[in-house]
Design a protein around this ligand. Structure first.
Ligand SMILES: Cc1cc2nc3c(=O)[nH]c(=O)nc-3n(C[C@H](O)[C@H](O)[C@H](O)COP(=O)(O)O)c2cc1C
Length: 391
Protein backbone atom coordinates (compact mmCIF):
# COMPACT_ATOMS: atom_id res chain seq x y z
CA UNK A 1 0.00 0.00 0.00
CA UNK A 2 2.02 2.99 -1.23
CA UNK A 3 1.75 6.18 0.82
CA UNK A 4 3.50 8.98 -1.05
CA UNK A 5 0.42 10.36 -2.82
CA UNK A 6 -2.27 12.63 -1.42
CA UNK A 7 -5.47 14.13 -2.80
CA UNK A 8 -8.01 13.08 -5.41
CA UNK A 9 -8.84 15.83 -7.91
CA UNK A 10 -5.59 17.67 -7.18
CA UNK A 11 -3.20 14.81 -6.55
CA UNK A 12 0.37 15.15 -5.36
CA UNK A 13 3.07 12.50 -5.23
CA UNK A 14 6.30 13.34 -3.44
CA UNK A 15 9.66 11.63 -3.81
CA UNK A 16 13.25 11.97 -2.62
CA UNK A 17 15.27 11.57 0.56
CA UNK A 18 17.11 13.90 2.91
CA UNK A 19 20.57 13.02 1.59
CA UNK A 20 19.65 11.61 -1.83
CA UNK A 21 20.06 13.45 -5.13
CA UNK A 22 16.91 15.54 -5.05
CA UNK A 23 13.46 16.06 -3.58
CA UNK A 24 10.53 16.40 -5.89
CA UNK A 25 6.87 16.25 -6.64
CA UNK A 26 4.52 15.23 -9.39
CA UNK A 27 1.25 17.17 -9.40
CA UNK A 28 -1.70 15.90 -11.35
CA UNK A 29 -5.00 17.71 -11.75
CA UNK A 30 -3.84 21.25 -12.47
CA UNK A 31 -6.02 23.10 -14.97
CA UNK A 32 -4.30 24.42 -18.08
CA UNK A 33 -3.48 28.13 -18.31
CA UNK A 34 -1.99 28.82 -14.85
CA UNK A 35 1.20 30.87 -15.09
CA UNK A 36 3.99 29.39 -12.96
CA UNK A 37 7.62 30.43 -12.70
CA UNK A 38 10.39 28.86 -10.60
CA UNK A 39 10.37 32.16 -8.68
CA UNK A 40 6.74 31.66 -7.62
CA UNK A 41 7.70 28.38 -6.00
CA UNK A 42 10.99 29.68 -4.57
CA UNK A 43 9.08 32.51 -2.93
CA UNK A 44 7.17 30.03 -0.76
CA UNK A 45 10.22 27.79 -0.28
CA UNK A 46 12.06 30.77 1.16
CA UNK A 47 9.94 30.62 4.32
CA UNK A 48 10.79 26.95 5.06
CA UNK A 49 14.38 27.15 3.92
CA UNK A 50 17.00 26.01 6.46
CA UNK A 51 20.29 27.81 7.12
CA UNK A 52 18.71 30.87 8.75
CA UNK A 53 19.06 31.94 12.37
CA UNK A 54 17.19 29.62 14.81
CA UNK A 55 16.87 26.87 12.19
CA UNK A 56 18.95 23.91 11.05
CA UNK A 57 22.34 25.07 9.75
CA UNK A 58 22.09 22.94 6.65
CA UNK A 59 22.52 25.40 3.77
CA UNK A 60 20.18 24.51 0.96
CA UNK A 61 19.32 27.03 -1.72
CA UNK A 62 16.28 25.07 -2.86
CA UNK A 63 16.64 26.10 -6.50
CA UNK A 64 13.59 24.93 -8.40
CA UNK A 65 13.73 22.95 -11.65
CA UNK A 66 10.42 22.46 -13.45
CA UNK A 67 10.74 19.30 -15.52
CA UNK A 68 7.35 18.96 -17.18
CA UNK A 69 3.81 20.23 -17.43
CA UNK A 70 4.60 23.81 -18.53
CA UNK A 71 4.56 25.31 -22.02
CA UNK A 72 5.15 29.00 -22.67
CA UNK A 73 5.22 29.51 -18.90
CA UNK A 74 1.71 28.14 -18.39
CA UNK A 75 0.36 24.79 -17.25
CA UNK A 76 -0.86 22.50 -20.01
CA UNK A 77 -3.10 20.22 -17.94
CA UNK A 78 -0.38 17.53 -17.89
CA UNK A 79 1.38 16.40 -14.72
CA UNK A 80 3.70 19.07 -13.39
CA UNK A 81 7.01 17.63 -12.16
CA UNK A 82 9.28 19.81 -10.04
CA UNK A 83 12.54 19.05 -8.22
CA UNK A 84 15.07 20.74 -5.99
CA UNK A 85 18.50 19.15 -5.77
CA UNK A 86 20.20 18.47 -2.46
CA UNK A 87 23.39 20.50 -2.30
CA UNK A 88 24.59 20.57 1.30
CA UNK A 89 24.88 16.83 1.91
CA UNK A 90 27.03 15.54 4.76
CA UNK A 91 26.81 11.84 5.52
CA UNK A 92 29.53 11.67 8.19
CA UNK A 93 27.27 12.21 11.24
CA UNK A 94 24.97 9.39 10.15
CA UNK A 95 27.58 6.64 9.61
CA UNK A 96 27.97 6.21 13.37
CA UNK A 97 24.23 5.73 13.97
CA UNK A 98 23.70 3.19 11.19
CA UNK A 99 22.82 0.45 13.66
CA UNK A 100 21.77 2.58 16.63
CA UNK A 101 18.35 4.16 15.98
CA UNK A 102 17.91 7.64 17.38
CA UNK A 103 15.30 7.92 20.14
CA UNK A 104 12.21 9.85 19.07
CA UNK A 105 12.95 9.88 15.33
CA UNK A 106 11.47 7.47 12.80
CA UNK A 107 14.64 5.29 12.74
CA UNK A 108 13.31 2.47 14.91
CA UNK A 109 9.96 2.06 13.16
CA UNK A 110 11.60 2.15 9.70
CA UNK A 111 14.10 -0.53 10.78
CA UNK A 112 11.34 -2.71 12.24
CA UNK A 113 9.18 -2.36 9.12
CA UNK A 114 11.71 -2.40 6.27
CA UNK A 115 14.75 -4.12 7.79
CA UNK A 116 17.99 -2.52 8.91
CA UNK A 117 19.68 -3.58 5.65
CA UNK A 118 17.21 -1.45 3.64
CA UNK A 119 17.01 1.49 5.98
CA UNK A 120 18.16 4.85 4.61
CA UNK A 121 19.96 6.13 7.69
CA UNK A 122 21.19 9.29 5.89
CA UNK A 123 19.47 12.04 7.87
CA UNK A 124 16.21 10.18 8.31
CA UNK A 125 15.83 9.41 4.58
CA UNK A 126 12.19 9.73 3.71
CA UNK A 127 11.20 10.56 7.31
CA UNK A 128 13.37 13.67 7.29
CA UNK A 129 11.84 17.13 7.56
CA UNK A 130 13.55 17.69 4.20
CA UNK A 131 10.77 15.67 2.55
CA UNK A 132 8.47 18.61 3.23
CA UNK A 133 10.21 20.70 0.54
CA UNK A 134 8.03 18.80 -1.94
CA UNK A 135 4.89 19.69 0.00
CA UNK A 136 5.76 23.39 -0.02
CA UNK A 137 6.29 23.24 -3.79
CA UNK A 138 2.75 21.83 -4.14
CA UNK A 139 1.49 24.38 -1.62
CA UNK A 140 2.90 27.32 -3.57
CA UNK A 141 0.99 26.27 -6.67
CA UNK A 142 -2.20 25.44 -4.76
CA UNK A 143 -2.05 28.79 -2.96
CA UNK A 144 -1.64 30.62 -6.24
CA UNK A 145 -4.60 28.86 -7.82
CA UNK A 146 -6.79 29.45 -4.74
CA UNK A 147 -6.33 33.18 -5.32
CA UNK A 148 -8.85 32.81 -8.13
CA UNK A 149 -11.45 32.65 -5.32
CA UNK A 150 -9.61 35.19 -3.16
CA UNK A 151 -8.59 32.55 -0.61
CA UNK A 152 -5.41 33.19 1.41
CA UNK A 153 -3.63 30.98 3.97
CA UNK A 154 -1.36 32.16 6.79
CA UNK A 155 0.28 30.48 9.79
CA UNK A 156 2.11 31.76 12.84
CA UNK A 157 3.63 30.34 16.01
CA UNK A 158 0.98 30.69 18.69
CA UNK A 159 3.10 29.30 21.48
CA UNK A 160 6.63 28.07 21.99
CA UNK A 161 6.81 25.72 24.94
CA UNK A 162 4.76 27.45 27.63
CA UNK A 163 5.32 30.95 26.25
CA UNK A 164 2.82 32.59 23.93
CA UNK A 165 -0.74 33.67 23.54
CA UNK A 166 -3.76 31.97 25.11
CA UNK A 167 -6.57 33.97 23.52
CA UNK A 168 -7.42 34.93 19.96
CA UNK A 169 -4.86 36.40 17.58
CA UNK A 170 -5.61 39.32 15.28
CA UNK A 171 -5.47 38.28 11.63
CA UNK A 172 -3.01 41.05 10.72
CA UNK A 173 -0.60 39.64 13.33
CA UNK A 174 -0.82 36.19 11.73
CA UNK A 175 -0.05 37.71 8.33
CA UNK A 176 2.83 39.80 9.72
CA UNK A 177 4.29 36.74 11.46
CA UNK A 178 5.33 35.38 8.11
CA UNK A 179 8.09 37.97 7.81
CA UNK A 180 9.23 37.63 11.42
CA UNK A 181 12.32 35.54 12.07
CA UNK A 182 10.63 32.99 14.32
CA UNK A 183 7.07 33.64 13.11
CA UNK A 184 5.76 34.75 16.50
CA UNK A 185 2.04 35.51 16.63
CA UNK A 186 2.79 38.97 18.05
CA UNK A 187 5.78 41.26 17.71
CA UNK A 188 5.93 41.43 21.52
CA UNK A 189 6.58 37.67 21.68
CA UNK A 190 9.20 37.61 18.96
CA UNK A 191 12.07 38.69 21.26
CA UNK A 192 10.92 36.33 24.02
CA UNK A 193 10.79 33.41 21.56
CA UNK A 194 14.21 34.32 20.13
CA UNK A 195 15.79 34.46 23.61
CA UNK A 196 14.36 31.06 24.47
CA UNK A 197 15.59 29.55 21.20
CA UNK A 198 19.01 31.08 21.71
CA UNK A 199 19.29 29.39 25.13
CA UNK A 200 18.07 26.09 23.73
CA UNK A 201 20.61 26.11 20.91
CA UNK A 202 23.41 26.88 23.38
CA UNK A 203 22.33 24.08 25.69
CA UNK A 204 21.80 21.58 22.83
CA UNK A 205 18.09 21.22 23.49
CA UNK A 206 14.84 21.76 21.56
CA UNK A 207 11.23 22.77 22.16
CA UNK A 208 7.69 22.08 20.99
CA UNK A 209 5.23 24.65 19.66
CA UNK A 210 1.69 25.28 18.48
CA UNK A 211 1.10 26.68 15.00
CA UNK A 212 -2.13 28.52 14.27
CA UNK A 213 -3.40 28.60 10.70
CA UNK A 214 -6.03 30.90 9.24
CA UNK A 215 -7.68 30.34 5.88
CA UNK A 216 -9.17 33.65 4.86
CA UNK A 217 -12.21 33.77 2.60
CA UNK A 218 -12.49 30.04 1.94
CA UNK A 219 -15.04 28.88 -0.63
CA UNK A 220 -18.39 27.93 0.92
CA UNK A 221 -19.53 24.31 0.77
CA UNK A 222 -16.20 22.45 0.70
CA UNK A 223 -16.31 19.00 2.35
CA UNK A 224 -18.35 15.89 1.66
CA UNK A 225 -20.48 14.09 4.24
CA UNK A 226 -19.62 11.79 5.84
CA UNK A 227 -16.02 10.55 5.50
CA UNK A 228 -14.56 13.28 3.30
CA UNK A 229 -15.32 16.13 5.64
CA UNK A 230 -12.97 19.07 5.29
CA UNK A 231 -12.01 18.77 8.97
CA UNK A 232 -11.06 15.12 8.43
CA UNK A 233 -8.99 15.88 5.34
CA UNK A 234 -7.26 18.83 6.99
CA UNK A 235 -6.47 16.67 10.02
CA UNK A 236 -4.97 13.94 7.84
CA UNK A 237 -2.95 16.43 5.81
CA UNK A 238 -1.56 18.13 8.89
CA UNK A 239 -0.99 14.96 10.89
CA UNK A 240 1.07 13.59 7.98
CA UNK A 241 3.67 16.32 8.58
CA UNK A 242 6.66 14.87 10.43
CA UNK A 243 6.78 16.08 14.01
CA UNK A 244 3.07 17.01 14.26
CA UNK A 245 1.41 15.39 17.26
CA UNK A 246 -1.94 17.15 17.45
CA UNK A 247 -4.64 18.90 15.41
CA UNK A 248 -7.64 20.94 16.52
CA UNK A 249 -9.98 23.38 14.78
CA UNK A 250 -12.25 26.11 16.04
CA UNK A 251 -12.16 26.04 19.83
CA UNK A 252 -10.69 22.54 19.65
CA UNK A 253 -9.90 20.94 23.02
CA UNK A 254 -11.02 24.13 24.80
CA UNK A 255 -14.60 23.39 23.66
CA UNK A 256 -14.60 20.27 25.85
CA UNK A 257 -14.36 22.53 28.91
CA UNK A 258 -17.33 24.73 27.93
CA UNK A 259 -21.10 24.65 28.33
CA UNK A 260 -23.34 24.81 25.27
CA UNK A 261 -24.44 28.30 26.26
CA UNK A 262 -20.82 29.54 26.24
CA UNK A 263 -20.17 28.70 22.63
CA UNK A 264 -23.41 29.11 20.73
CA UNK A 265 -22.39 29.90 17.18
CA UNK A 266 -25.16 32.40 16.53
CA UNK A 267 -26.21 32.94 12.94
CA UNK A 268 -26.28 36.54 11.76
CA UNK A 269 -26.34 38.56 8.59
CA UNK A 270 -22.88 39.82 7.67
CA UNK A 271 -23.41 42.37 4.93
CA UNK A 272 -25.31 40.38 2.34
CA UNK A 273 -24.26 36.92 3.45
CA UNK A 274 -25.25 34.58 6.23
CA UNK A 275 -22.47 34.34 8.80
CA UNK A 276 -21.59 33.44 12.36
CA UNK A 277 -21.22 36.06 15.08
CA UNK A 278 -18.23 34.44 16.76
CA UNK A 279 -17.11 31.58 14.54
CA UNK A 280 -16.34 29.29 17.49
CA UNK A 281 -16.60 26.42 15.00
CA UNK A 282 -13.55 27.66 13.08
CA UNK A 283 -15.24 27.93 9.70
CA UNK A 284 -16.46 24.32 9.58
CA UNK A 285 -19.88 22.89 10.51
CA UNK A 286 -20.86 19.34 9.67
CA UNK A 287 -17.47 18.98 8.02
CA UNK A 288 -18.45 21.61 5.43
CA UNK A 289 -17.00 25.10 5.10
CA UNK A 290 -19.39 27.90 6.13
CA UNK A 291 -17.42 30.69 4.44
CA UNK A 292 -16.17 31.97 7.79
CA UNK A 293 -12.41 31.99 8.29
CA UNK A 294 -11.07 28.47 8.84
CA UNK A 295 -9.05 28.42 12.04
CA UNK A 296 -7.00 25.41 13.08
CA UNK A 297 -3.99 24.64 15.23
CA UNK A 298 -1.24 22.03 14.95
CA UNK A 299 0.92 20.89 17.86
CA UNK A 300 4.56 20.14 17.04
CA UNK A 301 6.68 18.05 19.35
CA UNK A 302 10.19 19.21 20.29
CA UNK A 303 12.85 18.08 17.80
CA UNK A 304 14.05 14.68 18.98
CA UNK A 305 17.62 15.15 17.69
CA UNK A 306 19.18 17.01 20.58
CA UNK A 307 22.80 17.24 21.59
CA UNK A 308 22.42 15.17 24.75
CA UNK A 309 23.78 11.65 25.38
CA UNK A 310 20.90 9.21 24.89
CA UNK A 311 20.41 5.50 25.35
CA UNK A 312 19.48 3.17 22.54
CA UNK A 313 20.26 -0.36 21.32
CA UNK A 314 22.71 -1.63 18.73
CA UNK A 315 20.14 -3.30 16.54
CA UNK A 316 22.54 -6.15 15.56
CA UNK A 317 23.76 -7.21 18.99
CA UNK A 318 20.84 -5.79 21.00
CA UNK A 319 23.40 -4.33 23.40
CA UNK A 320 22.75 -1.01 25.07
CA UNK A 321 24.60 1.99 23.60
CA UNK A 322 24.84 5.66 24.45
CA UNK A 323 24.86 7.90 21.40
CA UNK A 324 25.45 11.59 20.83
CA UNK A 325 23.51 12.98 17.92
CA UNK A 326 25.51 15.07 15.49
CA UNK A 327 24.29 16.71 12.31
CA UNK A 328 22.34 19.92 11.84
CA UNK A 329 18.96 20.18 13.49
CA UNK A 330 16.14 22.61 14.09
CA UNK A 331 15.75 23.77 17.70
CA UNK A 332 12.01 24.00 16.99
CA UNK A 333 10.42 22.15 14.08
CA UNK A 334 7.41 24.46 13.96
CA UNK A 335 9.34 27.54 12.78
CA UNK A 336 9.86 25.98 9.38
CA UNK A 337 6.94 23.60 9.86
CA UNK A 338 4.48 26.51 9.78
CA UNK A 339 5.08 26.83 6.02
CA UNK A 340 4.46 23.13 5.59
CA UNK A 341 1.13 23.42 7.42
CA UNK A 342 0.10 26.27 5.10
CA UNK A 343 1.07 24.15 2.11
CA UNK A 344 -0.91 21.09 3.20
CA UNK A 345 -3.93 23.26 3.97
CA UNK A 346 -3.71 24.74 0.47
CA UNK A 347 -3.52 21.28 -1.09
CA UNK A 348 -6.67 20.15 0.77
CA UNK A 349 -8.63 23.31 -0.05
CA UNK A 350 -7.67 23.16 -3.71
CA UNK A 351 -8.43 19.44 -3.97
CA UNK A 352 -11.96 20.06 -2.65
CA UNK A 353 -12.40 23.23 -4.73
CA UNK A 354 -11.57 21.39 -7.96
CA UNK A 355 -13.73 18.40 -7.00
CA UNK A 356 -16.67 20.75 -6.33
CA UNK A 357 -16.09 22.62 -9.63
CA UNK A 358 -15.49 25.84 -7.69
CA UNK A 359 -12.11 26.04 -9.44
CA UNK A 360 -12.08 24.72 -13.03
CA UNK A 361 -10.40 21.38 -13.58
CA UNK A 362 -9.76 21.78 -17.32
CA UNK A 363 -8.57 25.31 -18.05
CA UNK A 364 -8.44 28.88 -16.80
CA UNK A 365 -9.57 31.75 -18.97
CA UNK A 366 -7.15 34.58 -19.77
CA UNK A 367 -9.12 36.79 -17.37
CA UNK A 368 -8.83 34.22 -14.57
CA UNK A 369 -5.13 33.98 -15.13
CA UNK A 370 -4.66 37.79 -15.02
CA UNK A 371 -6.70 38.02 -11.81
CA UNK A 372 -4.54 35.34 -10.19
CA UNK A 373 -1.33 37.13 -11.23
CA UNK A 374 -2.54 40.43 -9.77
CA UNK A 375 -3.53 38.82 -6.49
CA UNK A 376 -0.29 36.83 -6.32
CA UNK A 377 1.76 40.01 -6.61
CA UNK A 378 -0.33 41.56 -3.84
CA UNK A 379 0.09 38.47 -1.67
CA UNK A 380 3.87 38.60 -2.03
CA UNK A 381 3.95 42.26 -1.06
CA UNK A 382 1.78 41.50 1.96
CA UNK A 383 4.07 38.80 3.29
CA UNK A 384 7.59 39.91 2.54
CA UNK A 385 9.42 43.03 3.65
CA UNK A 386 10.48 45.03 0.60
CA UNK A 387 14.18 44.51 1.32
CA UNK A 388 13.76 40.82 0.62
CA UNK A 389 11.34 41.17 -2.24
CA UNK A 390 13.61 39.46 -4.78
CA UNK A 391 11.56 36.33 -4.20
C1 LIG B 1 10.34 21.36 8.56
C2 LIG B 1 10.75 20.22 9.47
C3 LIG B 1 12.02 20.19 9.98
C4 LIG B 1 12.42 19.15 10.83
N1 LIG B 1 13.70 19.17 11.32
C5 LIG B 1 14.10 18.16 12.13
C6 LIG B 1 15.43 18.13 12.63
O1 LIG B 1 16.23 19.03 12.35
N2 LIG B 1 15.80 17.10 13.43
C7 LIG B 1 14.93 16.10 13.77
O2 LIG B 1 15.29 15.19 14.49
N3 LIG B 1 13.66 16.10 13.31
C8 LIG B 1 13.23 17.09 12.50
N4 LIG B 1 11.94 17.09 12.02
C9 LIG B 1 11.00 16.08 12.54
C10 LIG B 1 11.24 14.67 12.04
O3 LIG B 1 11.22 14.63 10.64
C11 LIG B 1 10.19 13.74 12.67
O4 LIG B 1 10.25 13.85 14.07
C12 LIG B 1 10.43 12.31 12.30
O5 LIG B 1 10.10 12.10 10.92
C13 LIG B 1 9.54 11.34 13.10
O6 LIG B 1 8.20 11.55 12.81
P1 LIG B 1 7.14 11.89 13.95
O7 LIG B 1 7.80 12.91 14.84
O8 LIG B 1 5.96 12.47 13.23
O9 LIG B 1 6.86 10.60 14.65
C14 LIG B 1 11.53 18.10 11.16
C15 LIG B 1 10.23 18.14 10.62
C16 LIG B 1 9.83 19.19 9.79
C17 LIG B 1 8.42 19.24 9.26
Amino acid sequence: MPGSSFGTSFRITTFGESHGNALGIVIDGLPAGLKITPHDIEYELYFRRPGKEYTSQRFEEDKVEILSGLFNGKTTGSPLAVIVRNVDVNLTPYESIKFTPRPGHADLSFILKYGVENWDYRGGGRASGRETVSRVIAGSIAKKLLLLKGTYIFSCIRSLGTKGISDSIQLYEVIKAKCRKVRACKMSYEKEFEDLLYDLIRSGNSIGAVVETRIVNPPIGLGEPVFDKIKADLAKAVMSIPGVVGFEYGLGFEASKKRGSDILDEIVLKGKRVGLRNNFSGGILGGITTGEEIVFRSAFKPTSSIKRPQKTLDIRSMEERTIIIEGRHDPCIAIRGASVVEAMAAVVLLDHSIASHIIPSDRLSGKDSELIERRWEGYKRLCMPMAESQY
